[in-house]
Design a protein around this ligand. Structure first.
Ligand code: ATP
Ligand code: MG
Length: 418
């Protein structure tokens, strides 16, 4: 038997209503905030991700699904959605259109990680990107959208953490101080962090390993190296968040794994998620469009993990399918009339099912119960002779006669009354 790939999950029919609820809620809020859907490819040339995400990040170092195309081009399955969206923005010269250009996307992402609860190799994200506005209120708009959307889904015990990464020059000023501090404590750091000291020292602050956290407790803070301009931007973001009633907590350790962030960076976590506690994250990335060959374009965005939202969604918050009619056609003529009735009901917009077995009425009704149909439409040979059928409410067991000549309109109005 051929099995699915490790860390790559099937989303079965019992789970898809939760997924749809999440996707529909996310979409609805994104549209309310003026974002438009974009659909970008699942694979791109490797250089796009390598250049935008950054060579010394976990994703580019060890998580990308990269392969050679038949002509030798190096191709990568997208590990996130920002790079492709930025490429499309540049390639289609969207900067010529009125700014801001605000996009949202949803779909599968691919990272070669160690699979565990909430960490998959094919997973799904919903994300937004807002291009063209440097004003701190653009950051707030994106954070507000994320917060309203997650709150609407009633996901439990969420916290919005936020930090200021400053401008590249601020981080350059800070870096030698941090590196010097880390070098003194090199032995106490985990293997990953030891490598990060030179490659990407800020990431050490973000490490979840307890010894690393303890070792960096007294590390110099980026906040003390920030320029006046960076402080002012962040101050406005916090002020506006307060003004619209979005609660946050400052986390000076929050440094995102991707190189392209600057200034505002944020993450929403939940204590109900266990070890993989991040629901979604984002931030400002003013240099990325230019890095990828586009015009200077300030930008800000976020991405949330759909699997993690689905894990947190209260169980009751799911299925919303309309009432269904089970068509119980039996006997030669009854079966044939049943098949016509099935099609007629569907064409009239009524959800109709059957199992196509030519069983007895009793076995049909048992099947209707098993499929949780709200109604059964009973058509045996006798009914065909009379030109009628019986609509049975499976719960109350109340039965009503309907005429085959006006089947769908009669069934429709009976469904509306029940
Ligand atoms: P983490 O710290 O959990 O590795 P990350 O910083 O790699 O997260 P991002 O790249 O910011 O995550 O992606 C945003 C969101 O996408 C995460 O908050 C998480 O909900 C989800 N996500 C990321 N990687 C995975 C994965 N391998 N499986 C499932 N969801 C994921
Ligand atoms: Mg990760």
């Amino acid at each position: 038997m051929i099995k699915g790939i490790k860390g790559v999950k099937d989303i079965l029919p019992e789970e898809t209503p939760r997924w749809r609820l999440i996707e529909e809620t996310a979409r609805r809020w994104a549209v309310l905030y003026g974002f438009h859907e974009i659909r970008v490819p699942i694979f791109e040339v490797t250089a796009l991700f390598a250049r935008s995400i950054g060579a010394s990040t976990d994703i580019v170092e060890k998580e990308m699904y990269t392969f050679q195309d038949r002509d030798g081009t190096s191709i990568t399955l997208r590990p996130e959605g920002t790079a492709g969206t930025v490429r499309a923005y540049i390639e289609h010269n969207r900067a010529a259109d009125p700014l801001p250009q605000k996009y949202f996307y949803t779909g599968p992402m691919f990272r070669h990680e160690r699979p565990q609860a909430g960490r998959l190799r094919q997973f799904h994200q919903f994300g937004v990107e807002s291009f063209g506005v440097a004003d701190p209120r653009a950051d707030v708009e994106v954070i507000a959208l994320l917060w309203r959307m997650l709150s609407d889904l009633k996901l439990p015990s969420m916290t919005l953490e936020i930090n200021n990464l400053g401008y590249a020059a601020d981080r350059e000023a800070y870096r030698p101080q941090l590196v010097a501090f880390l070098k003194q404590r090199e032995e106490t750091l985990c293997g990953n962090c030891r490598r990060r000291i030179d490659a990407n020292p800020l990431r050490v602050l973000d490490c979840k390993v307890p010894q690393c956290r303890a070792a960096t407790e007294a590390a110099p803070r980026l906040a003390d190296c920030l320029s006046e301009q960076a402080r002012a931007h962040f101050g406005s973001v916090l002020g506006e968040l307060e003004a619209i009633g979005i609660p946050y907590s400052l986390n000076h350790r929050l440094v995102r794994g991707l190189d392209y962030y600057c200034l505002t960076t944020f993450e929403v976590t939940s204590t109900s998620l266990g070890a993989q506690n991040a629901v979604g994250a984002g931030g400002r990335y003013d240099a990325l469009v230019e890095t990828l060959g586009g015009p200077v374009t300030p930008a800000v965005g976020f991405a949330v993990g759909v699997e993690r939202m689905a894990m947190m969604l209260p169980l009751a918050a799911s299925s919303s399918e309309s009432a269904s009619v089970y068509v119980a056609g039996f006997g030669d003529r009854g079966s044939a009339a049943g098949f016509s009735a099935l099609e007629e009901l569907r064409l009239a917009g009524i959800r109709a099912v059957t199992d196509f077995r030519s069983g007895s009425l009793k076995s049909h009704l048992r099947q209707a119960d098993r499929l949780r149909s709200q109604f059964a439409l009973i058509i045996g040979d006798d009914e065909v002779v009379k030109g009628s059928a019986i609509l049975r409410d499976m719960e109350t067991k109340v039965q009503q006669e309907v005429f085959l000549t006006s089947l769908s309109s009669q069934v429709s109005s009976l469904l509306r009354i029940s």
